[in-house]
Design a binder for this molecule. Sequence first.
Ligand SMILES: NC(=O)c1ccc[n+]([C@@H]2O[C@H](COP(=O)([O-])OP(=O)(O)OC[C@H]3O[C@@H](n4cnc5c(N)ncnc54)[C@H](OP(=O)(O)O)[C@@H]3O)[C@@H](O)[C@H]2O)c1
Length: 348
Amino acid sequence: MAPRVWRIGLIGFGNVGQGFIRILVNKGSKLRERYGFEFKVVGIADPIKGSVFDPEGLDIVKVIELVDKYGNIKDYPGGRKDIDSLYLCRSDSVDIVVEVTPTNVKTGEPGLTHIREALKNGKHVVTSNKGPIALAYPELKALADEKGVLLRFEGVVLSGTPAINLALEALAGTDISRVRGIVNGTTNFILTKMEEGMTYEDALKEAQRLGYAEADPTADVEGWDAAVKAVIIANVLMGGSITINDVEREGITKVTLDDVRKAKEEGCRIKLIAEVVKGDEGIKASVKPRKVPLTDPLANVMGAINALTFETDHLGPVTIVGPGAGRVETGQAILTDVLAIHRYAGGR
Ligand SMILES: NC(=O)c1ccc[n+]([C@@H]2O[C@H](COP(=O)([O-])OP(=O)(O)OC[C@H]3O[C@@H](n4cnc5c(N)ncnc54)[C@H](OP(=O)(O)O)[C@@H]3O)[C@@H](O)[C@H]2O)c1
């Protein structure tokens, strides 16, 4: 039986967690009207920003007021404060666990333990955390199937721009032979600025100033972030079983202004392209700077925007373009998955 009111437990109250709760505050009544989606956020667990649990439902307007004012929710009036993330994974008062803790691509933790524990306890899980999906998708999917619950993760590749659900649901029945695209906004922003004449170093500084790049930009500029996404595309969308070590990877640190100018003269743009190809010899994945002709939709994706082209048998190439990061954008990924759970597990 589907619950009358979906009870949500949120683990991690950073950018995405707050983006999602903000959407619920702003859109809650529309979601009820449009989709008959009734919900309560019964708990939030975050080691620094604070944890609170109330099976009757938290006042999410108050939660947002507190985090906006103090950066934490420690002074939330009422509720239990002695709970942690695992409590939410096990509580009988939670139907859907939203897991939005930081990504760790080596261990998957703490998200991997949260997701396993929530699934084991019969909770539906929504996450935007790449680590657990890249490292343990087959195990987690099998566990979700065994428990009869849903594990959804739209946000792990292009944040709220449909990629995972597009391929698994909207493109269901097609065979996807190749996926290629721009899956890292920071590097695409840097390459765009280089095309405007900035050096790599200045473009990186600009990306850092605008908050697109981390103080340590290695994960983006050396192609690691894109490589993790290629692993997810290969394993989840194309039936592969590769690891990050199988991805041929080269970042953008060696791309010079001269390379960018020469590409332009040839009617091309240099883009950091993640590509996964399914052939007779299995799945091959790479992340590399490539010259892309201006006639290719990917060449016209500029700034921090992302895009993916799916090569399919029934439709030929299908390209989706949109943001690949952001609080509200990734909050939207969580929302679309929560609504899918409402649709599929709620008998709608
Ligand atoms: N932001 C985006 O645009 C975006 C896009 C796509 C995917 N994602 C993914 O979505 C996830 C969340 O991203 P984000 O930007 O919201 O990260 P974030 O701002 O760093 O927020 C993560 C929050 O989780 C908390 N946390 C750490 N360990 C925890 C634990 N054991 N239990 C409960 N909470 C814990 C962190 O606490 P403290 O840091 O305070 O210790 C932090 O408040 C990440 O996996 C990220 O890769 C993000």
